[in-house]
Design a protein around this ligand. Sequence first.
Ligand code: MTE
Ligand code: LUZ
Ligand code: MOS
Length: 760
Amino acid sequence: MEHTTKNKDSISHVRGTSIFVDDISEIRGTLQGLVFDSPVAHAHITSLDISDAERCTGVVKILTYNDIRGENQIGGIIQDEPLFAEKEIHFQGQAIALILAETLAEAKKAQKLIQLTYTELPVVTSVRQAHKNGRFTNASRTFRKNDAEKIFAKCDYVFEGQVFTNGQEHLYLETQGAYSVPLENGNIKIYSSTQGPTSVQKATAKVLGVPMHRLEVEVNRLGGGFGGKEDQATAWAAMAAVGTQITGRPVKLILDRHSDMRMTGKRHPYESDFKIGLDKNLKIKAYTATFYQNAGAAADLSPAVAERTLFHATNSYNIENVEVTVHSCKTNLPPNTAFRGFGGPQGMFVIEAAISKAAEALGVSAHKIQELNLLKDGDEFPYGQIASETLIQDTWNKAFTTFDIEKNIQQVADFNSKSKYFKKGYALMPITFGISFTNTPMNHARALVHIYQDGSVGISTGAVEMGQSVNTKMVLVATLTLGISPEKIKIETTNTTRVANTSPTAASATADLNGKAVEMACKILSNRLKTESARLLHLTDIKQISIKDNQVFVSEKLVEISWEELVLSAHLQRLSLTENAHYSTPEIHFDKSKEKGHPFAYHVYGTAFTVVSIDCIKGIYEIDSVKIVHDFGKSLSPALDFGQVEGALVQGIGWMTMEELLYNEKGRLLSNSLSGYKVPDIFSVPKIIEILPLETVGHKHAILKSKAVGEPPLMYGIGTYFALENAIKQFNPNYKHKFNSPLTPEKLLNALYDNHPNEF
Ligand code: MTE
Ligand code: LUZ
Ligand code: MOS
């Protein structure tokens, strides 16, 4: 059954019966919240007059920072982010007030009557400018292995370059929102579309000035998060809860698409400088890079994202001398945040650019340099972890043999020699991605498992379902551990009262962390039930007892005790049918004072081979094929895991080719709607996506040896960028790599003809 398991929500999604925050039946008396946000990116507020607006029909209250009883502070890692602006505005779209009205239409009327006056201050959007001005959201960091600067002098070849990768809009289908409901004695229940129920609970408690136990945060499922709701779901929940605290009424706050795009942070744009040194055998001897991360106006998750950029700065390569530095530059953009890959993609793009630059200058194919420098067991990452169970070369070699890549490369060359206005290009993209929150203390989770007396099972964990199928995976873990059919198992909502102190659903580690806790709780329950079977069967030893297919077996022989009979019997014996287990990842540690340690439980590996075609008259392109060998470990469910690879790949391709985030010099988001911001659709996905699992035994720290899969495949999309640049070179021999992503059709058309040797 495992291989055909589909996401258990798929039917209700298709039928439209799944319940997202905006679908929750409203309680009588519910107020509608509407945010009044800043029209400018940097200013001193001179006055805020809400009196006309507050007199509007239907308006019950307009909240500003003055109404906050606790602290006006929602910063997660660093306390630098007010819920409502006070004296100063730091980005366009920053919340200033929340209108609470009987209807949304009334709130919208009132919104127009709020009078804000301000004096504008200089706006900084560029990271180089912020860096020059010494404006950072958090401390810069450097990872160092040996002495790169010294080694450059001894290298046969040294190349330098600059790189830009743009941000990315999350575009989850369900926009940000929350619904806050008063309970008795001033307690509040918050329904939130968040990846981090505990982050919402903690930040909201601080804003309300109440202890965490007064707040219950409930998450049913998300219509996508992609990192955008790891930290940035908090503000809307806190605002709605302040509304409930002040008015005593339920408050619903759902952002419309436009507001969501304007007010929330995105993937961090990065500008980077690199220097790479090689010997004459194409071995990379030294690598340095400086990353300028556009953090936006507050830290949000930027310190953690920056850290992961450093962890992945050498991607899948072993380099003896490395020095990489990241600066989180403070600008007047909305605070940028987690996005699938979490800084890893930005770091990996730069080393791939450095390799491509070297390949261009030396007249070799980049994949020769890539291949010669792949990691192997025993190599040391710049952060001190020793590579073990390394599978990057296995995925690479399997891709070359199975997909016959050398032949494909020859076919591309043959095509290009015959075709004048259509050209093809290819690239290889190896990935090595570390699994665990880089912040060691976050790597733990709990599960609460109830077996009801009729034999049905209810499981609560800290995992949030957002389309990645974590709930389906939890069902699989419980099914396999308890030996009962999946229909008997229900995954409950994620709720801070049932499972407390959760880490957000993030870092691709959710199924591992929560799944291990589910497995532990189920094992304890299973052993208890086996003991009960032994009692019923007058056996002394439970070793020969097993539970499978909803039945008890002794020494693999069926005995006449069903799961239901066994459970009821245990209940009548007054045994507990509930377990609560806690799992924390073993072995991991990291010393920030030395920037060395063993931060990851394991790594995920893979290799993608991408071929693209460009139309040199129109500047448009297609992706012919992406062929991938991926290390799933021993996949719990290939159907689900393949879906993650396909989705992440296409999201990565979107980031690299068409999603062009654009702010003007005043910090105004120009790509603020779906007419101006293009995401991949079914016509822009590769014509062929082939995914081949690498056959392995899996990793012991992965849930039932099935490795984390959520983020790593996004980085296969990076191959598309380099394949496109290589195709451009086939048409325009004077073209030099630009490393300026996304490579939109407009940029590609210019690249084809800029400085072309022929007249057109
Ligand atoms: N898949 C879907 N359909 N929707 C999402 O929002 N988020 C991604 C990935 N896959 C996401 C998704 C991100 S950013 C992460 S970190 C992982 O799922 C989180 O889930 P996991 O830890 O269970 O893999
Ligand atoms: N979130 C986080 C993450 O807090 N720490 C991480 O290491 C991480 N990695 C990927 C995605 N989200
Ligand atoms: Mo994913 S960026 O860890 O939410």
